[in-house]
Design a protein around this ligand. Sequence first.
Ligand SMILES: Cc1ncc(COP(=O)(O)O)c(C=O)c1O
Length: 404
Amino acid sequence: MQGGDRAARRSPGASAAGRSGFVRLTELLTGIEPQKPPINLSVGEPHHPMPDFVGPVLTQHLNEFGRYPMTKGIEPFRVAVADWLGRRYRLPRAVDPDREVIVLNGSREGLFLAALAARRYVGDRGRHPAVLLPNPFYMAYYAGAEAAGCEPVALPAKRETGFLPDYDALPDDLLRRAVAIYICSPANPQGAVLPRDALAHLVARARRHGALVFADECYSEVWLKDAPPTGVLEVAGENFEGVVAFNSLSKRSSLPGLRCGFAAGDPDFLAAFLELRNVAAPQVPQPLQHVAAAAYGDEAHVEKSRQLYRAKFDLADRVLAGHRGYRRPDGGFFLWLDVANFASDEEATLRLWRDEGLRVVPGSYLGHTATDGSNPGAGYVRVALVDDLKTTEEALHRLAGCLG
Ligand SMILES: Cc1ncc(COP(=O)(O)O)c(C=O)c1O
């Protein structure tokens, strides 16, 4: 059976953009033996040391596994998040931990379910409600848009526009039918950061047209330039109206398995979101929320991890200097490598796996293909620098050898 036929059987009706890129990658590489010991650079799972207080805090609260957790989150967690937001960002006022923070079981489920809540929350968007997302994108946005019965409108984020969508070019009629606009800064996969002015302008326009802004900020603490990226709540005005920031400890604290994150912002939307979450969302076990509260109270481990990412990108600067596709991102931990000198990004991925044992993601698997056949992810591969320095160095040298 061909790969495409198998895909159609498993998920009838699903477009390629609605399927997991990782599943497609497994289908692409199955049965091909690499010639070198494998290094997995495909998953954005940080392998940096986790903070050393995780075990002790968990032990201290073990008995709370005996309780159903409140969907909204325990107070110490919400307070820790509100305090962290106040320290990290230049906010117009303090965030109210009671009304403006909700715990999430990692940001992914929150990003997905937010589209469903948004569809109920915003007013009439006409006969063709839309959800706007960057292209390439994190799958949960697209899945959320489809589940909410909205048209996912993928906005190309190409080199010519700084690897971000050209938000200024969005037509008013599209904004009028937009239920929500997902933004991602620092962006996965390209690592581009939305400048403050562009962010403020987008928020103001979205608000004027009654569209919500959902800001995926899960890479906010992995910044590689001099200043941390602006957060959406900094430009959202006094009441955070129409704006929600999503974040988690997966990247910040190298705790992807903790499954703990938050949504913060517009209290009216969050009340509506909570209505849905109370009946449909996964709760977060209380002992894990205590660990998360401790993590938000500590910056030392975050700074250490950031320095390790910077050291890896310094290494990449040296090893990949001169490779035509190399560019150091502003943030995040991915290389977004131009492989246009190969027949396709799938071909580059196959070669990197077979010849070098490097497992990377074809860029086109992270993007949506338009009716004209264009896909802004095509011609790139995504490489996650999530391992230790030694493994990363080995991987970079193998990359350089293969990419030419
Ligand atoms: C852009 C982006 N958003 C959200 C997530 C979800 O992360 P989590 O659910 O672990 O918070 C990821 C994870 O890889 C991601 O890359």
